[in-house]
Design a protein around this ligand. Structure first.
Ligand code: GRF
Length: 201
């Protein structure tokens, strides 16, 4: 399967996929064909360049309207003919055009146990709430914010001494393994979505 990975930051989830694929994409069942971002100058793009991958950047401020940005992101992604799009720390909400093309084959990873703590500060919100466990969720992207059908989740304990950074790092250790496992299974086995249920063959 051809993967386009979308990033906005350090790209450690992207790196985990690249490391898992290594030099044997056939064994993993997928290869990353391009990496897209919503901003320049991030480590995620450097990781892609180091891996010799094509990259593209679609910045919201370069477009007159959000819809134009969404259409540009969809077009730039479609140019690489992905079978699956992986939003790995991509911090923008995609819109109608993007979902028209990739809905049902775009997965996102979120650092909390959805439906708890959706949005851009899931780690901070769980900590502030006083939750005792949190974790990460890999789900299909739909037209909501972190509301699509859940594929897999991993649980991470919250410790008394945790601050946001320490907790997020511990979540990311689980998240990277979960994402690599899920993307590989989706790619190798095929899948279908029945309402809120994801069936991986
Ligand atoms: C991940 O925890 C992702 O769930 C969240 O931001 C983090 C991105 O990490 N949205 P990285 O860019 O993959 O290192």
């Amino acid at each position: 399967a051809r993967l386009v990975v979308l990033v906005s930051g350090s790209g450690t989830n992207l790196q985990a996929l690249l490391d898992a694929i290594g030099d044997d994409p056939a064994a993993y069942g997928a290869q990353v064909v391009a990496v897209g971002a919503d901003r320049d100058g991030i480590a995620g793009l450097e990781r892609a360049e180091r891996a010799g991958l094509p990259t593209f950047v679609c910045r919201v401020k370069d477009y007159g309207t959000r819809e134009e940005w969404d259409a540009a992101l969809a077009g730039a992604t479609a140019a690489y003919e992905p079978d699956l799009v992986v939003s790995a720390g991509f911090m923008k909400i995609v819109g109608k055009e993007f979902l028209a093309r990739f809905g049902g084959r775009c997965v996102n990873t979120h650092p909390a146990l959805l439906p708890s703590f959706p949005g851009a500060h899931g780690v901070r919100d769980a900590l502030a709430y006083g939750a005792k466990v949190t974790g990460c969720t890999v789900h299909f992207v739909d037209d909501g914010v972190d509301t699509g059908p859940i594929i897999a989740q991993g649980v991470v304990e919250i410790r008394d001494e945790d601050d946001e950074a320490a907790l997020h790092e511990r979540i990311k250790e689980v998240e990277r393994r979960l994402l690599v496992d899920v993307v590989g299974r989706l790619a190798r086995n095929g899948f279908h979505i029945e309402g809120r249920k994801v069936v991986i063959q």
